[in-house]
Design a protein. Structure first.
Length: 204
């Protein structure tokens, strides 16, 4: 099976297992639908994934982006779709897929989220997981680490960033309506991004 397709299948499983957990977190500081939203996207992916087998990696990313855009809804649907589309555009122009180009693709995805969400690290969002993870990935790639090691470093940094969202106040997204009352709960999007990273680390 195409490795990327295999990883995507595992991500869908991981999100499904954690659906209620993600929704509970979003009930604390949002509108209680994050797990439900992502699970809906996962179901659509499962239905369509067999048709991705023979596509190029960037085409797979684009296909997923389209499916998520029309099925996930919520801020996270738009943001994860944007990330995938930006990643696909970058990857399309890469001659090879290696640690360096995967790291650059990761950076392009994050830039997409920042632009679409008008957000940055430190605002209690998915970016608090993804930005440190991407920085750690690129640093490891520069040092000559292999893909497994790069994702291991990304995972460690992303986990720390995710955990830190518990201590900070949300200034973007629905959770920002709560102001200081958003402190004390993990950000659901930071947790879903962490779960995605964890799955990639496990499968790579
Ligand atoms: P909604 O907030 O529309 O109900 P979800 O519950 O599916 O959508 O997703 C909420 C998550 O989306 C948040 O936990 C946060 O991580 C992320 N998010 C929301 N707004 C932004 C933003 N402007 N930039 C980055 N991430 C955001
Ligand atoms: Mg929500």
């Amino acid at each position: 099976m195409n490795k990327l397709v295999q990883i995507i299948n595992k991500i869908v499983d991981k999100i499904e297992i954690n659906k209620d957990y993600l929704t509970d977190l979003d009930r604390e500081i949002g509108d209680g639908d994050h797990g439900v939203n992502l699970s809906r996207g996962g179901k659509k992916l499962e239905e369509n994934i067999s048709s991705f087998e023979n596509l190029k990696e960037y085409e797979v990313l684009n296909k997923i982006a389209m499916l998520l855009l029309s099925n996930v809804g919520g801020a996270s649907g738009a943001l994860y779709s944007t990330a995938l589309m930006r990643g696909a555009s970058y990857l399309k122009n890469c001659d090879t897929i290696n640690e360096k180009t995967i790291g650059e693709t990761f950076s392009a995805m994050i830039k997409g989220i920042e632009e679409r969400g008008k957000s940055t690290v430190g605002e209690k969002t998915m970016l608090d997981t993804l930005v440190p993870a991407s920085e750690a990935f690129n640093m490891a790639a520069e040092k000559g680490c292999n893909l497994e090691e790069c994702f291991q470093q990304a995972y460690i940094a992303g986990k720390k960033g995710m955990e830190y969202t518990k201590n900070i106040k949300a200034t973007k997204g629905r959770a920002s309506y709560l102001g200081d009352r958003s402190i004390g709960t993990l950000d659901p999007g930071a947790v879903s991004s962490y779960l995605i990273l964890e799955t990639i680390k496990e499968e790579i």
